[in-house]
Design a protein around this ligand. Structure first.
Ligand code: ATP
Length: 462
């Protein structure tokens, strides 16, 4: 293993281990040996995840007069996936090692030896590149060099919903992306909300993909959540709005606490035929820069396809100009899990405090899973415990979630809160009983100060 690989694994392992130890993320069905590509969010993870989705919703819906929300269903008419091109084109290039029978994405193993490839290439194109480089490619699992040819593998996950005959001739899919639910509700939303162009529709929801090699923790799962916003406008406004959206999304990520140095833009070199422009925002994951979210200009492809598919014109009538046309679409599309992972990596900090090594998660207070923790200095002094409970109840009415902890010594409680990224710890001690002040400890500096109980709420509020 070279030093880059060991550094990669080191950071990845630290995050995966902390995520499990502190109740952020567990492997699905772990007690049965684990279910590949699916994860469960634990008590801390669900808080962080909800906060990230809430921040996204605030940015993409509440702060915008021109964007509305939607929650469309996971199951849809199977024809939608045919019309959108997914039943034919939504596929990844698969190769299998003939020795150990592990399967891999051909584009990813080509990238690993420095050869540029893309999952959107045709089977012929990628096979040609694969054959040219076959001699250089080793199986990432067993190290042998005996691969099959590359075959395209469809990512849509089938279900048998509504099929009582078991022949499953027309499978219903679990949606492979959330945006199709937006496109097919375009007409409903125009008719019920009377929106004027330009406007957007935002949605957060689950998506499912039969990923060939789910890996790298939350980065590539088979069940995951997407946060997508589709923005509709006049054709001539597409590129102007596109630049605005790119800027908007970039700033939104910085506001969540991601540092500029860990982000970069990547332009798609192999654009699909209908796309006007496509950039991804990449994050510096432990293995290198990789896609965090996409900002794409899609032209009129989606609404045109669905107009043809359903036989109804999904167009827009501009009253002022007395004109009908199919709006163009730009989209912002990101995964909750990838953002969660990036935020965990970004927050993970090691330092030394009072001569001891410590790990703390430097989340921005807005997204921290727990906002404050309250401790009685000693567990076995009923008067301290009672006062601490009183303070805890008082804070809880105004700020959530807050935790009460009297387990172990104070040092251990601080470490526990540091590892889940709680910005403040409040300790009730004997002085509190005399003067109604508490110790307020700051997560990042470890500094402590005496604060009057009646001033606590304003100090803790974000
Ligand atoms: P990749 O090239 O990494 O497979 P993609 O280009 O297929 O991703 P999109 O279809 O554009 O991804 O999906 C939009 C976003 O959804 C991605 O930017 C990513 O954040 C998230 N996403 C896509 N696939 C997965 C997955 N398997 N697991 C977790 N998140 C995903």
């Amino acid at each position: 293993m070279n030093s880059k690989d060991s550094k990669t694994n080191d950071k990845l392992e630290k995050i995966v281990s902390l995520a499990k130890r502190r109740g952020f993320v567990y492997q699905s069905s772990e007690i049965y040996g684990g279910f590949a590509g699916v994860y469960d969010f634990g008590p801390m993870g669900v808080e962080l995840e909800r906060n990230l989705k809430e921040q996204w919703w605030r940015k993409m819906v509440y702060e915008r007069e021109d964007i509305v929300g939607l929650d469309s269903a996971i199951f849809m008419d199977p024809k939608i996936w045919e019309v959108s091109g997914h039943t034919k084109g939504f596929s990844d290039p698969l190769v299998e090692c003939k020795e150990c029978h592990k399967r891999f994405r051909a584009d990813k193993i080509l990238e690993e030896i420095g050869v540029s490839a893309d999952e959107k290439m045709s089977e012929e194109e990628i096979n040609k590149i694969f054959e040219e480089n076959r001699g250089k490619i080793k199986c990432p699992e067993c190290g042998k060099q005996n691969f099959t040819k590359v075959k395209k593998f469809n990512l849509l996950v089938k279900s048998n919903l509504g099929d009582f005959t078991s022949d499953n001739s027309e499978p219903v899919y679990l949606r492979g992306e959330t945006c199709q639910g937006i496109y097919v509700n375009f007409k409903n939303i125009i008719d019920s909300m009377h929106l004027k162009l330009p406007f957007g529709i935002a949605q957060i929801g689950k998506a499912f993909r039969n990923e060939i090699s789910p890996r790298q923790f939350l980065f590539r799962g088979r069940e995951f959540e997407q946060m997508e916003m589709q923005y509709f406008m006049r054709p001539e406004d597409e590129m102007k709005e596109y630049e605005k959206l790119r800027e908007y999304r970039w700033r939104a990520l910085l506001e969540l606490g991601i540092s500029k140095e860990n982000l970069r833009w990547k332009r798609h070199e192999n654009l699909v035929f209908y796309a006007k422009e496509a950039y991804d925002i990449e994050y510096s994951f432990p293995w290198g820069f990789d896609e965090l979210e996409g900002v794409h200009a899609r032209g009129d492809y989606d609404l045109t396809q669905h107009s043809k598919g359903c036989g109804k014109q999904l167009d827009y009538y501009d009253q002022e100009k007395n004109e009908r046309f199919i709006p163009h679409i730009i989209e912002s599309s990101g995964g909750v899990g990838r953002l969660f992972f990036a935020i965990m990596l970004e927050a993970y900090t090691e330092d030394e405090m009072s001569g001891d090594k410590r790990v703390f998660m430097k989340f921005k207070p807005e997204i921290a899973p727990v906002k404050a923790a309250v401790f009685p200095l000693l567990k076995n002094k009923p008067e301290l415990v009672a006062k601490a409970r009183e303070v805890y109840e008082m804070i809880k009415k105004e700020i959530q979630p807050v935790v009460f902890d009297d387990n172990g010594n104070i040092g251990k409680r601080y470490r526990r809160q540091d590892e889940i990224g709680t910005p403040y710890c409040v300790t009730v001690d004997f002085d509190t009983l005399e003067d109604n002040t508490v110790t307020l400890r700051d997560r990042d500096t470890g500094e402590q100060e005496r604060v009057k109980i009646k001033e606590l709420i304003s100090r803790l509020k974000i």
